[in-house]
Write a protein that binds this ligand. Structure first.
Ligand SMILES: [Zn+2]
Length: 372
């Protein structure tokens, strides 16, 4: 009996130990589990302030996007634009927040805002100062100017050009009558100066580096020093490669000379006709000293160049920095009749681009020089 009782005590004791052990195990596992979930939870809260904010604003987790995160964290969230946020591609540009808060309230869609992001700072500023405008036809053109949207639209309606050409032509002012809205050129000494029926030289402008070359009629022809060497190289190449003897007839012409010339043409042909082939004083490219009128002196009589001469000139002048200024198929841009003899120095790089892309100087300036 004593033995039995002792055995029972022993059994009771081992039960107690097992029980305590189990309880301890539960406590350890339990606390580990709790710690784990607590740890995990705190970790997810630290990385996702956004989740919290989304819950706060009752935003479905499926609506998450990098842009939504950005607007939430920057305190510029507005539930009206929840769908638009999904369309806006996130960028880390400085003006991102500003563009979102400026253009969504104007009525631009998220997709339109992606395009606005790609516009120049100048255009973004201009656009931010006006009410909503549908400019979707024009965004992609780098020479697009927000201020001219109405003119682009009108010109597109009136003509058969594509949108890129419309933008370029309106920038050149082809939608305006010639000699009406004219601008004085900023840098008359620049090699890429544009002088035409919309752009005139400062009063009394004369280049300071006038030099002379022998002309076709035994005269001395004034032109800017900077084009003397390139022109001599062109002359030499034409002679060697095609047997052509290009000589200048006129190059630099001052204001008063041009005035006499133009007035004489007007006297005999009338203003309208004279304007198609002669520039008004101040509007002549010859006054820049960068243009040369040529004659192949191998041809007698009044013909300046024959077809083969022009063929060579039009395909090689660019090698020396010159362009054909008034090509045959571009009279609607240059505003002048085809002149196969009139070349203009613009420098090697510009001449190459103009030649290879079949551009006029007007188009080149607008597409490659002007900052929009
Ligand atoms: Zn000329």
């Amino acid at each position: 009996m004593v033995i039995v009782m002792a055995k029972r005590k022993k059994i009771k004791k081992s039960f107690k130990i097992v029980f305590i052990f189990i309880v301890l195990l539960i406590v350890i596992i339990g606390s580990l589990f709790t710690y784990n979930t607590f740890f995990k939870k705190s970790k997810s809260e630290a990385t996702s302030e956004v989740e919290k904010l989304m819950k706060e604003y009752n935003i479905d987790s499926k609506k998450y996007s990098k842009t939504l995160e950005f607007v939430l964290l920057n305190n510029i969230y507005n539930e009206k634009y929840l769908t638009e946020y999904q369309d806006i591609e996130y960028t880390d540009k400085d003006n991102f927040a500003n563009i979102i808060t400026t253009f969504l309230p104007k009525g631009y869609s998220g997709k339109e805002i992606n395009y606005i992001m790609k516009l120049s700072t100048k255009n973004i500023d201009k656009l931010s100062n006006i009410d909503y405008k549908d400019i979707s036809n024009y965004y992609e053109f780098k020479n697009f100017d927000v201020n001219k949207i109405a003119r682009y639209n009108a010109y597109y309606e009136e003509n058969d050009y594509n949108y890129q050409d419309v933008v370029t032509y309106v920038n050149i002012n082809l939608d305006l009558p010639v000699y009406t809205e004219t601008t004085e050129v900023n840098d008359p000494n620049s090699l890429s100066v544009l002088v035409n029926k919309y752009n005139y030289l400062p009063n009394g402008y004369k280049p300071s580096d006038i030099s002379y070359l022998p002309g076709a009629y035994g005269n001395n022809v004034p032109m800017r020093e900077v084009i003397i060497e390139p022109f001599k190289e062109l002359q030499k190449a034409a002679e060697e490669e095609a047997g052509i003897n290009f000589m200048p007839t006129t190059a630099f012409r001052d204001y008063s000379f041009q005035k006499t010339l133009y007035n004489n043409y007007v006297a005999s042909d009338g203003v309208k006709e004279a304007d198609t082939y002669s520039a008004r004083p101040g509007y002549s490219e010859h006054q820049t000293g960068l243009s040369i009128d040529l004659k192949n002196t191998n041809i007698s009589g009044s013909t300046r160049l024959n077809e083969e001469d022009y063929e060579w000139l039009s395909n090689n002048a660019y090698r020396f920095g010159f362009i054909i200024r008034f090509p045959q198929d571009k009279t609607y841009i240059t505003g002048y009749q085809f002149e196969n003899w009139h070349i203009r120095y613009v420098g090697l790089d510009a001449a190459k681009i103009i030649y290879e892309n079949d551009l006029t100087l007007e188009e080149y300036i607008d597409l490659y020089v002007t900052d929009y």
